[in-house]
Design a protein around this ligand. Structure first.
Ligand code: UD1
Ligand code: UDP
Length: 374
């Protein structure tokens, strides 16, 4: 049995790696384990529990308003120790968080093969998203196998002429995750009692580069949109105090704006599926909304997910108040193509098949995910 260690630390990593774990578990010659670094606690545990999963190994490092320096050093020490104890054959990391970076770096230092799920995303701006853009570039340098979600991400990797030759396009595993949730009775989940289908906007905003003034500009735009359209806004607020404090300060007592705790994944997808439009600076949300035909106004100036911009599912608005209002009004009645440009729900299967091929447990090279955006 080959030991595959899935290293996750935050909510999106849990959601996007849960389907991979479930698929690896099906293989008789692979033994997957989940290591939760503790970068997030409640958010990650909640996301895993949606899929009936729990971490097999844990670090306990989260602190209130933790700094990047603290996180990085705590992860280096903790992961180095756990990798020695567990002795995995392969480490799987996802995306671009501090957990991703340190999960890959510690494995590289210990000469454990690293595979990077959701490789090849690039915004071409080192500070947006910060520090994620640099994290993913560095991890793509260290990994032995790269799993870009889309052909565009794969092409970006080739442009950089990497040393690694194992590059395999999979589709984004978030589409697998949301299809799993849909099949598990999304209809039965209630909407917030003050909301009616298609009469509200779903908002998420938490990115580090938006802390402070940009968040305040976003919130100003939200107030304006509520007044102008009569739509409500529901905003599950990220627990980070640097976000939460400003959110309650600016939007806590505004008619038509509903602030909630972070929603569990099923409930969040339910609120996305019935929303008229989504305003967000999130990564994963950009990839999910197309599955429900809901437009995304992206609260960022650049995106590493150009596929959705090309198909019209996503429009870039940045964080200027007037631009957000203008783009939101434009997107309100937008008809969208009825497919998701980020994945087809079979990404985890492809990843599991490729891992077996890479580890020489199978001689059959699986087929990559193919999609055209023309
Ligand atoms: C991190 C990731 C970001 C990802 C986001 C997903 C990095 C650099 N950033 O940012 O890429 O989009 O997660 O949400 O890795 N907190 C809790 N409970 C939780 C989780 C967080 O209270 O379950 C609070 C803590 O006070 C913590 C703070 O949020 O210190 C920030 O968490 P951190 O992981 O450092 O940054 P995020 O902004 O969540
Ligand atoms: N999400 C959730 N509950 C919430 C908000 C988001 O389950 O209240 C999910 C969402 O569906 C997506 C993921 O969390 O899959 C996005 O996480 P986040 O925005 O924290 O990180 P990012 O994707 O920006 O890295």
């Amino acid at each position: 049995m080959k030991k595959i260690l899935i290293v996750i630390g935050t909510r999106p990593e849990a959601i996007k790696m849960a389907p991979v774990y479930l698929e690896l578990k099906e293989a008789e010659d692979l033994q997957p384990y989940i290591l939760s670094t503790g970068q997030h606690i409640e958010l990650l545990d909640e996301a895993l529990s949606t899929f009936g999963l729990k971490a097999d190994f844990r670090l306990d490092i989260m602190k209130e308003a933790q700094t990047l320096a603290y996180l990085t050093s705590a992860l280096a020490e903790g992961l180095g120790r756990l990798y020695s104890e567990i002795a995995p054959d392969t480490v799987l990391v996802h995306g671009d968080t501090t957990t991703t970076l340190m999960g890959a770096l510690m494995a590289f230092y210990m000469r454990i093969p690293v595979m990077h799920v959701e490789a090849g995303l690039r915004s071409d701006n080192r500070f947006e998203p910060f520090p994620e853009e640099i994290n993913r570039r560095l991890v793509d340098q260290m990994a032995d196998v790269l799993f870009p979600p889309t052909p565009m991400a794969k092409a970006r990797i080739y442009e950089e002429k990497p040393e690694v030759v194992d590059i395999f396009t999979t589709g984004n595993t978030v589409v697998d995750a949301l299809m799993w949730v849909k099949e598990n009775k999304l209809e039965a989940i209630p909407l917030h009692k003050e909301l009616k289908p298609k009469e509200y906007i779903l908002l998420t905003a938490h990115r580090r580069e938006n802390w402070g003034e940009p968040l305040r500009n976003i919130y100003k735009a939200v107030k304006h949109i509520v007044r102008e359209t009569g739509l409500k806004v529901v905003y599950p607020v990220h627990p980070n105090p640097r976000v939460k404090n400003i959110a309650y300060d600016e939007l806590g007592n505004v008619d038509g704006v509903i602030l909630t705790e972070p929603m569990d994944y099923m409930s969040f997808l339910k609120h996305m599926s019935e929303a008229r439009i989504v305003l967000s600076d999130s990564g994963g949300v950009q990839e999910e909304a197309p599955s429900f035909g809901v437009p995304v106004v992206l609260l960022r100036r650049v995106t590493e997910r150009p596929e959705g911009v090309r198909t019209g599912h996503i429009v870039l608005a940045g964080t200027d108040t007037d631009t957000i209002v203008e783009k939101t009004l434009q997107m309100l009645n937008k008809k969208l193509p009825a497919y998701n440009p980020f994945g087809d729900g079979l990404a985890a299967r492809r990843i599991a098949d490729y891992i077996r091929y890479f580890l020489k447990l199978s001689t059959e090279k699986p087929d990559e995910w193919v999609i055209s955006y023309e």
